[in-house]
Design a protein around this ligand. Structure first.
Ligand code: GLA
Length: 590
C-alpha cells in the first residue's frame, strides 16, 4: 500500500509503521523571511513534521474578499523543502489564543451563537472559505508529492458543542473539496469532550500536557483501535496581560514527552515555536473556572509559549532536553542547528517628535462618523481590531449623576467636555465623579482581543448595552471606528497632520525615525508608555501595555533596514516616557 494512511495500530507510510514527531509552528506568527530558519530548528530538534492552524479572519477580512491565502501554500512549500511532513488544521475555528478563535468578526457579528453549528448562514460562509482555502492544501497533499499528510476537522469541538450534523458536514466538505489525506479530530481526554467532538469513521486524537497513559486510556475507551496521537502536547503555556508570566519546567516537560512516546504514540508539540501575535491579533480568555464566563483575560503580544524554540528562534533548555528524548526515534543522526538569525548591530533610539492627537488620527484614518439611536457594536461598524469613538450628549440643565456604561467591552478612556474623566472597564463601568448636564461625553473604546475559547467565543465588542446617566439611557450616539488595518497605508499615516502643540504625554500618534546600524533581530523597548500599538517601517509589532508581564516587543530583523527606519506609536492612554528604543535581543534564557 503506497502513501500515508491510518492503520489499525499505527500510522503507515508505504506500508511501514511510522511515528509522527510533529511540532506546531503557526506561519502567521513568524515573519515569512524567518520560516526557513524556524523549520530547520524543528528538524534539528528531532521532528519530522510541522503542524499549523489557518486563521480564517486573517485571510478573509471582508466576506468574499480574500487576503494572501497563498501564504499557507508558500509555508507548506517551505516545510516540504525543509524535509518535513505537514499537518493542517484549517478550523474553521482554531482557538489558538487568536482573535475570535480565527472566526471573522463579520461572521460572528451576524450569526452569533449559531457559529460552529449546522446553521445554514454560517455554513454558507464556511463552504465558500474552504472552497478557496483547500486550493492551497489539496495540490500539496502527500499522495500528490507534497508534504500534507493529515487535515483536522474543527478544533476541540467537544469543548464547545455537540452538533454532530455540523461536524459531519465539515468532514464531507473537506472530502468534497478534494482532501484525500486522512482526517482527524482533536479533543481533551474527557468523556464528554470526546463524545461531543469525535466523528464516526474519523481518527480521534487527544490534547493534554501530562499523564499520557491516563489520557490515552480514556481515548481508548472511545476508540479501541487506531494509532494514538497527542495532537497538542502543551509543553508550555501563554500569558495574559496583567498576570504572572507562565513557565513550564523543562525537565518536567521532557518527562511528559517521554511518557507519550513510551505509549507508542505520535505527538505534536504545542508549541514547538510560538512566535508573536503581530498586528493586534491576540485573542482573549474568559476566566471564572469551568464555565469560562468570568473576567476578560486578554492575551499578550508574545506567543513565546515557553516553547523549546523561543520567540527569537533560539534553542532553550527545553529544546536540548526534547532533542535528547526525540533522538532515539529519529531515522538517523539529527541535523545540526541552522545558523542563528542576524542580530541587531547596535542599540538605536527613535526620535518621535511628530505628534497628532487621537481626534486627528480618527479624522484621517477612521471610518464614517454617523449618529445612531443606540451605540453600535464594533461588529456593526465593521471594526475587527482597533477602537471606536462614541460621542453622546448629556442633556441639560440637570444636576450631576453617575455616568456609566452597560456592556462595555473592553475599555474606555472617557472625556467630559474635553477633559479626561476616567478609564472605564467591564468591572468598573462608572466614572469616579458624577456628571452634570449639559455635557459632551466622548468614550474611546478599545477591543483588547476577542474571546477565543469557551461559550463566550465570538461575543461582540464596544458598548453592547448603552450609556447611562443615572438610570436613563442616553440616546443619539455618534460612533466612528478606527481599524488597525487603516495603518497599512503608509501614505495615509504620513498624511495625518501633526499638531503644532507639544504632545506633553497625551494620547495620540507619535511618529519619527530610528537610525539603525546593522539591522537584525531586536526588541523594542517602551519604558513609561501605557498602552497602544507600534509600527516599524509599516510592520505592526503588536500591542504594548504597561500592565505587563511583557515589557518589550520582538522586532524581526527583516523588518529593519540599514539607516533610517520609520517608527509610529499609537498611544491610547498617555505616556510619561518619550523614548522608544531598539535593543539587541536579551541573553538566552537558561
Ligand atoms: C487548546 C486549543 C489550542 C490552544 C491551546 C492552549 O488545546 O486547541 O488552540 O488554544 O488550547 O494554548
Amino acid at each position: 500500500m503506497n502513501g500515508f494512511r491510518v492503520g489499525e495500530d499505527d500510522f503507515e507510510l508505504d506500508g511501514r509503521p511510522v511515528r509522527l514527531l510533529s511540532g506546531a509552528l503557526h506561519y502567521f506568527r513568524v515573519h515569512e523571511a524567518q520560516w526557513g530558519h524556524r523549520l530547520a530548528m524543528l528538524r534539528a530538534m528531532g521532528l519530522n513534521c510541522v503542524e499549523t492552524y489557518v486563521p480564517w479572519n486573517l485571510h478573509e477580512p471582508h466576506p468574499g474578499e480574500f487576503s494572501d491565502v497563498e501564504a499557507l501554500g508558500r509555508f507548506l512549500d517551505a516545510a516540504h523543502e525543509a524535509g518535513l511532513w505537514a499537518i493542517v488544521r484549517p478550523g474553521p475555528y482554531i482557538c489558538a489564543e487568536w482573535e475570535n478563535g480565527g472566526l471573522p468578526h463579520w461572521l460572528t457579528g451576524a450569526v452569533g451563537a449559531r457559529a460552529r453549528t449546522r446553521d445554514t448562514e454560517y455554513l454558507g460562509h464556511v463552504d465558500r472559505w474552504f472552497g478557496r482555502l483547500m486550493t492551497e492544501v489539496v495540490p500539496r497533499q502527500h499522495d500528490r508529492g507534497g508534504p500534507v499528510i493529515m487535515v483536522q476537522v474543527e478544533n476541540e469541538y467537544g469543548s464547545y458543542g455537540s452538533d454532530q450534523v455540523y461536524l459531519r458536514h465539515l468532514a464531507d466538505l473537506l472530502r468534497f473539496e478534494g482532501v484525500t489525506a486522512p482526517l482527524f479530530t482533536s479533543d481533551g481526554p474527557e468523556d464528554h469532550m470526546l463524545t461531543g467532538g469525535c466523528v464516526p469513521g474519523v481518527l480521534a486524537t487527544a490534547n493534554f500536557g501530562s499523564q499520557a497513559r491516563t489520557a490515552f486510556e480514556t481515548l481508548r475507551g472511545h476508540r479501541p483501535k487506531g494509532p494514538l496521537m497527542c495532537m497538542e502536547f502543551w509543553c508550555g503555556w501563554f500569558d495574559h496581560w496583567g498576570a504572572e508570566h507562565v513557565v513550564r519546567d523543562a525537565a518536567d516537560a521532557a518527562d511528559a514527552l517521554r511518557e507519550i512516546l513510551e505509549c507508542g504514540a505520535s505527538v505534536n508539540l504545542y508549541m514547538a515555536h510560538g512566535g508573536t501575535n503581530f498586528a493586534g491579533w491576540a485573542g482573549a480568555n474568559r476566566g471564572g473556572g469551568a464555565l469560562h464566563d468570568g473576567v476578560l483575560e486578554p492575551d499578550v503580544t508574545s506567543y513565546d509559549y515557553d516553547a523549546p524554540i523561543d520567540e527569537f528562534g533560539r534553542p532553550t533548555e527545553k529544546f536540548w532536553r526534547f532533542r535528547e528524548v526525540l533522538a532515539p526515534y529519529a531515522q538517523g543522526p539529527l541535523p545540526e542547528l541552522p545558523a542563528p538569525p542576524q542580530q541587531l548591530g547596535a542599540p538605536a533610539a527613535a526620535d518621535l517628535s511628530r505628534w497628532a492627537p487621537l481626534s486627528a488620527v480618527m479624522e484621517s484614518l477612521g471610518g464614517p462618523d454617523a449618529e445612531h439611536a443606540v451605540p453600535p457594536t464594533f461588529e456593526e461598524l465593521d471594526v475587527d481590531r482597533g477602537l471606536v469613538r462614541y460621542t453622546v450628549t448629556v442633556p441639560g440643565p440637570r444636576r450631576p449623576y453617575p455616568l456609566s456604561v452597560r456592556g462595555l467591552r473592553d475599555r474606555a478612556v472617557v472625556y467630559v467636555d474635553g477633559v479626561r474623566a476616567g478609564v472605564l472597564t467591564e468591572e468598573e463601568p462608572s466614572l469616579p465623579e458624577p456628571v452634570a448636564g449639559h455635557a459632551r461625553v466622548e468614550l474611546w473604546v478599545e477591543s483588547l482581543g476577542r474571546v477565543n475559547y469557551g461559550p463566550r467565543t465570538g461575543e461582540t465588542k464596544g458598548i453592547t448595552g448603552g450609556v447611562l446617566h443615572e438610570r436613563q439611557y442616553l440616546h443619539g450616539v455618534r460612533a466612528q471606528g478606527l481599524r488597525l488595518d487603516a495603518f497599512s497605508s503608509a501614505q495615509a499615516v504620513r498624511g495625518v497632520p501633526a499638531s503644532s502643540e507639544a504632545a506633553s504625554g497625551r494620547p495620540g500618534l507619535y511618529r519619527g525615525t530610528a537610525e539603525v546600524h546593522g539591522p537584525g533581530d531586536a526588541t523594542l523597548q517602551l519604558p513609561s508608555w501605557t498602552r497602544g500599538f507600534v509600527w516599524v517601517n509599516g510592520f505592526n509589532l503588536g500591542r504594548y501595555w504597561s500592565a505587563g508581564p511583557q515589557t518589550s516587543l520582538f522586532v524581526p530583523g527583516p523588518v529593519l533596514r540599514e539607516g533610517v527606519n520609520e517608527v509610529w506609536v499609537l498611544e491610547l492612554e498617555g505616556t510619561e516616557g518619550e523614548t522608544v528604543s531598539l535593543a539587541p535581543v536579551p541573553p538566552e534564557r537558561q
